[in-house]
Design a protein around this ligand. Structure first.
Ligand code: KIV
Ligand code: ZN
Length: 515
């Protein structure tokens, strides 16, 4: 009988803690809902002792998401463990995930602790955690670079102290697949009691080997894989959930293992995370990149026409892609859009359909065809908060100049939810800068653009451009997205999302100060 491999998702912890991937509480909840729909076994929702925001996020996920186990990370120190247990208190199924580094370099340089002291801290941490929660995972941070005999001694001691899952991370992405296989096989045979607990792998991608190493660990005896959507995580990231899951499934002949993931939701999960964090997935990314199921070379197309299996090892439908793009246009109605969205893996709530239809109709008016990717951008835009907010763009006119006497200018009119409108003109080195200056005048905010990425959402000359921006508003950093067939308008929409977020955040602070 094939082995069941648990998928432990750390998008909201290891992923979220990496630069450029931070999420608000609302965004974390959206991702957590998608993880539940994917049917991951465990959601690591955060590191409660790290900050009050992390605590609140873990608490909110534990309160709302039922089905998967909700895990919180903590060091092996009592204060961390207590906070984690408190954050997980509302969870239907909770796991305390406690860790301490075991490798010589971490013991010496980071912890300044002896082998014996690390062992005592690990055992005490696991004992305390297991008094508060019956499901306890222990991670030997930098386990891969730890002396084998000592690692085995620590693992045996924490099993005796109550650990139910043992994670041996490749914290720095240093291992190779052969080494992983050998280490896990060796631990399976040399740690008394290990047959009664689950062995887990957590691989970082510094050498691009995270997925290969995780698969090798499974061959060596691991039955839990820690991974993240789109492979996000510290530095070069973690093992990519979509890749490792599809590898286990596609090569079940080799791994004889099964996972509980609903793979038809992989694409929508990947795209939602990208939209929420403002980080595009590269076109050529395995499984979820736009080119993953695209064939252009004549020989390949010929082969595909003769038999799909000549050039495709997976079916696009298995990861949530449609075979062909449905052509939606300005004559399409609500039913067609809702049906199409459903087929793409998005269940639209009654309350959001009108806003999506409004944007869909506006786009269909300027485009001949609305592709799946256009529709998806509209949906994820509305779900990540593009629609709504005090300010909206009514009108924009931009003048670009090359080698001209005067600077480029941008004039725009914003409508405010209080019913007023305001028109201003800005100048700048380029049209985007001019537009930023006009926005600053209308909203009376100080805006500093930190990054701007543009990509074409669909095909053809009338394709929509998606702008993904990060900017500070009065010194606080936010991210936003904008979508338009005009790229300066897409940037204006992205900045308006940012300004609206900043305005809402300032209102909240004002309310809590007044209370
Ligand atoms: O990379 C790592 O070692 C970790 C542990 C805390 C699990 O993220
Ligand atoms: Zn990690």
């Amino acid at each position: 009988m094939s082995r069941e491999i648990h998928i432990f998702d750390t998008t909201l912890r290891d992923g979220e803690q990496s630069p450029g991937f931070s999420m608000s509480l609302g965004q974390k909840l959206r991702v957590a809902r998608v993880l539940k729909e994917l049917n991951v076994d465990i959601i690591e929702a955060g590191f409660p002792a790290a900050s009050p925001g992390d605590f609140d996020a873990v608490h909110a996920v534990a309160s709302e998401i039922h089905g998967p186990v909700i895990a919180g990370l903590c060091r092996t120190i009592p204060r961390d463990i207590e906070r984690t247990a408190q954050a997980l208190e509302p969870a239907e199924k909770a796991r305390i995930h406690t860790f301490i580094a075991t490798s010589p370099i971490h013991r010496r340089e980071k912890l300044n602790m002896s082998k014996g002291e690390v062992l005592v801290s690990a055992v005490n941490g696991v004992k305390m955690a297991s008094e508060l929660c019956k499901d306890v995972e222990f991670s030997a941070e930098d386990g891969i670079r730890t002396e084998r005999e000592y690692l085995a001694e620590v693992l045996q001691a924490v099993i005796e102290a109550g650990a139910t899952t043992l994670n041996i991370p490749d914290t720095v992405g240093y291992s190779t697949p052969t080494e992983m296989y050998e280490l896990f096989s060796w631990l399976s045979k040399n740690v008394p009691g290990i047959e009664n607990v689950r062995m887990s792998t957590h691989c970082h991608n510094d050498l691009g080997l995270a997925v290969a190493n995780s698969l090798a660990a499974v061959e060596g005896g691991a039955s839990q894989i820690e991974c993240a959507i789109n492979g996000i995580g510290e530095r070069a990231g973690n093992c990519a959930l979509e890749e490792v899951v599809m590898a286990l499934r596609t090569r079940s002949d080799r791994y004889d293992a099964q996972v509980n993931i609903d793979t038809t939701r992989l694409i929508s999960a990947s795209h939602l995370l990208a939209a929420v964090t403002g980080n595009f997935v590269p076109r050529n990314k395995a499984i979820v990149g736009e080119n993953a199921f695209a064939h252009e070379a004549g020989i390949h197309q010929h082969g595909m026409l003769a038999s799909r299996e000549t050039y495709e090892i997976m079916k696009p439908q298995d990861v949530g892609l449609q075979d062909s793009q449905l052509i939606l246009g300005k004559h399409s109605g609500r039913h067609a859009v809702v049906d199409r969205a459903k087929a793409m893996g998005y269940t639209l709530e009654e309350g959001e359909i009108s806003a999506i239809m409004e944007r869909f109709k506006a786009l269909a008016d300027v485009k001949k065809r609305v592709f799946d990717s256009d529709l998806e951008a509209i949906i994820t835009g509305s779900q990540t908060g593009t629609v709504g907010g005090p300010w909206s763009l009514n009108w924009l006119s931009v003048v670009s100049r090359i080698n001209g006497e005067s600077e480029p200018t941008a004039s725009l009119t914003l409508a405010h939810e209080d019913g007023t409108t305001n028109t201003q003109t800005g100048e700048g080195d380029g049209p985007v800068e001019a537009m930023v200056h006009a926005l600053e005048q209308v909203t009376e905010k100080r805006i500093k653009v930190l990054s701007l990425a543009m990509r074409s959402i669909s095909l053809g000359e009338d394709a929509q451009g998606e702008a993904s921006m990060r900017a500070t508003v009065d010194g606080v950093e936010y991210s936003g997205h904008g979508l338009s067939t005009d790229i300066v308008a897409a940037c204006a929409e992205a900045l308006l999302e940012i300004i609206n977020r900043a305005t809402r955040a300032a209102e909240k602070v004002g309310q809590s100060n007044a209370a």
